[in-house]
Design a binder for this molecule. Sequence first.
Ligand code: ADP
Ligand code: MG
Length: 564
Amino acid sequence: MKQSSELNALLRQIDHKGYPAYKQLRGEYQFPGYVLGIDHVQGDPFAAPSRVSVHVKGAQAAFPNELYRLACQKTALEDALLREMGRQLRGVSFQARGSGKSGLMSVSTPGQEVLSRSGCQLNDRTGDIVLRMEIGFPANGRSINARELEKILFDFLPKCVSHSLYYKALDAGKLKRTAELAEDQLAIRQMLSDRGLVAFVANGSVLPRESGVSSRPMKQAVPFQSPASMEVEFILPNKGALRGMGIPRGITLIVGGGYHGKSTLLKALELGVYNHIAGDGREYVITDGTAVKLRAEDGRSVKNVDISYFINNLPNGKDTVKFCTEDASGSTSQAANVIEAMEAGSQVFLIDEDTSATNFMIRDELMQRVVHRELEPITPYIERVRELYEDHGISTVLVAGSSGSYFHKADCILQMNRYVPADITDFAKEEAKAFPVLEELPAEVQPSFKRIFSQNRKLAGSDRIKMKTMGMDGISIDRETIDLRYLEQLADPEQLSMLAQIVKYAELNVLDGKKTLAQVVDILETLLTQKGFGGICGERNVTSGLAMPRRQEIFACLNRYRRL
Ligand code: ADP
Ligand code: MG
């Protein structure tokens, strides 16, 4: 390990030299209170900024163990530190000057969800902290401006570190509340299943967002209020008693006029698989962690999925037991999404009619009379929704404002009325009696999940595989794009970047033509839980800009990879 004074000497030597001389700085330097790692140096002032890490020993950082006793608390603390570091850096970024990205100083900027990120990782045994950031090494034109980098590394950064990564500099009360919130959120998650619930929405929650492009809470929103019949109370370890709506297992229908808040409620449930930060409005909206939003996804690729549970006898004679297509229709894509979500172990399906294929969801009586069963390849979801629950234990929460067909099937019917839900189960069931129940046939066979993939191309060495993340739209691996636009439960582009790493790892190390897809994902998931980002990327190759995806999205991503 070199001393920071050596870095200083090096800086003086390379001042005014050509930009590539910056490469000599790579290495680790002992600063007072932390180790600075210069992990990757950018090739020129306009390229992606250099990667730098800050390593603080547990004894120095000195965060009390109560703040990260539970895994969810550790993640919440890391998230809080990253946000604080971000605030500090905003004050100094671009204060050092030069061309291109000279002077940039940044870390990941988390949104409303609390995710485990490579940007800040705390070791729960030692209390050591690693913070990963980006710095634009300053230049004038293409010649090194080492004085400016000296400002960054010896003045700005030490101040930011001591204001954000040392316990003594932070607001202890706020950190305690962060840990308490995480513990309470976990408590609700754990109590859901004991109470026979799939989701909980606390009274007073704010569900709508500020706008289509901002996920901050809407100001002056109508706060959520549970119907009396569905109200449950949780006694939380820190907050104490908390009341709100419990959505029971089984089939729940959300109806109501257009613009009354149906999709907003469903969206909150979709993201309730993650914890939210204090002040978000959805911090006590908690959904079963396996819940999957299911929608139509025209054009997706489908590989060997047994959709015969829903679709049989296609007019082109295509096999629906091992269904393959490079360009699925609305109904076949949604059928594949359902079967794959079963395979991924989801216990709760979330569906919005706005984004579903109508012919997949329902077929009304008149249509059944006119177009005979034998000529219709699709068994709509409505004929399987009860079986899914009775035989597979999978609950459905469905938004359906325009069709009453599901009234017969639902266990619980909610009406959104000016953003406030009412329990109309009894009334709706009574009204439904006057309408005939459509004939339906039980499934003859249950779907099979024995899909096996191998990687079937010559792979370059792991560091020669080119990977790219296109915002929230998708990722590309060696120029093959995986379209992830319709995975609505991905919350952050950093999750997409991590998915790219995971897919690459799976291709190189796990897919072998023998393991089923579920076994492959099990292996990946175990690695991620036991070893974190390093388990997939290699301990020394973890970079900033990665966030953990769920098991369900790992599945979904592999399912959309056309190269397998
Ligand atoms: P629906 O799916 O029933 O047609 P949406 O959920 O799309 O309705 O909501 C319609 C509009 O109402 C959206 O612009 C949304 O932001 C807003 N909205 C939803 N919930 C609330 C609320 N609790 N308070 C105020 N506005 C809301
Ligand atoms: Mg809607």
